[in-house]
Design a binder for this molecule. Structure first.
Ligand SMILES: Cc1cc2nc3c(=O)[nH]c(=O)nc-3n(C[C@H](O)[C@H](O)[C@H](O)COP(=O)(O)OP(=O)(O)OC[C@H]3O[C@@H](n4cnc5c(N)ncnc54)[C@H](O)[C@@H]3O)c2cc1C
Length: 245
């Protein structure tokens, strides 16, 4: 039987700075249940006067980590919730969450075959849960990640991604759309059909694609993948917000 979704009180166990605009919060959950990578939690903040607001945040951690989850939050300058989570929250703070939520944008070891992941900005978060799970579960099918960020400093989880790429058949391609460090060997433009073809080509037909990021990037990548030969039912998308790299 499906478990009813209830609000529970999360306690912030750790705060880690990922980039100047992005932090990861580790949340201890008294009612933790295993998630499928790609799922999210709703976060509900309630002010002293009773005003309450909620937003969705993808789970960044793998389901093998019991009792806690990581969420990774990009600060939207004029946002209501993300600046609070990034700038005000400290270890020991508590707020309400409910989840895990979502059954479509999910991937786990039970799904065989090559995997193509396309991320824009903080859209890497649910894909990171998939990659962390893939590594822990020892999945050997090939996987490729195309990750678009504005600058090198804005790449989230950069070091861990490099470690993951050194093993288990994961290949990572980056595109830096605004500025690139000296000697940069990756792409330097927004995602386009030629890039999608180059990155996905070695996976062959039958790869399953997951695209996550700002709406515009998701649409360009999903349409582009169809043009380079993916059937629509092999493409899964998740949209985070209106703008992006
Ligand atoms: C299923 C799902 C999973 C998500 N997972 C994550 C995650 O893992 N990490 C994460 O950082 N965010 C994630 N988001 C986005 C998140 O839910 C919020 O929308 C985001 O944090 C902005 O909230 P805010 O209250 O700070 O801004 P708001 O007060 O809601 O918006 C302020 C202004 O910023 C614009 N805006 C809102 N979101 C974005 C955005 N993403 N990019 C640019 N401009 C924006 C709004 O249009 C508005 O003009 C997810 C969204 C969904 C639907």
């Amino acid at each position: 039987m499906k478990r009813p979704l209830v609000w529970q009180t999360a306690t912030v166990k750790a705060v880690r700075t990922e980039t100047p605009e992005v932090k990861t919060l580790t949340l201890s959950l008294p009612g933790w249940t295993p998630h499928r990578p790609g799922q999210h939690y709703d976060v509900r903040l309630t002010a002293e006067d009773g005003y309450s607001t909620q937003r969705s945040y993808s789970i960044a951690s793998e389901p093998e980590r019991t009792g806690e989850i990581d969420i990774t939050v990009e600060r939207i300058a004029d946002g209501e919730v993300s600046p609070y989570l990034d700038d005000t929250v400290v270890v020991g703070d508590r707020f309400e969450v409910r989840g895990p939520i979502g059954g479509y944008f999910v991937w786990d070891r039970s799904i065989d075959g090559p995997l193509l992941l396309v991320a824009g900005g903080s859209g890497i978060v649910p894909l990171m849960a998939m990659l962390r799970h893939r590594a822990v579960a020892g999945v050997k099918d090939p996987a490729r990640l195309l990750y678009s960020a504005r600058t090198n400093e804005q790449i989230i989880y950069g070091q861990e991604l490099e470690t993951l790429a050194r093993k288990d058949g994961l290949t990572i391609s980056y595109t830096l759309t605004r500025s690139q460090p000296a000697g940069w060997k990756g792409y330097t433009r927004r995602i386009d059909d030629a890039m999608l073809k180059e990155v996905s080509g070695p996976l062959g037909r039958g790869a399953l694609a997951y695209i996550c990021g700002p709406t515009a990037l998701v649409e360009v990548a999903a349409d582009g993948l169809e043009r380079v030969g993916f059937s629509a039912e092999r493409i899964r998308t998740e949209r985070f917000g209106p703008s992006g790299p």
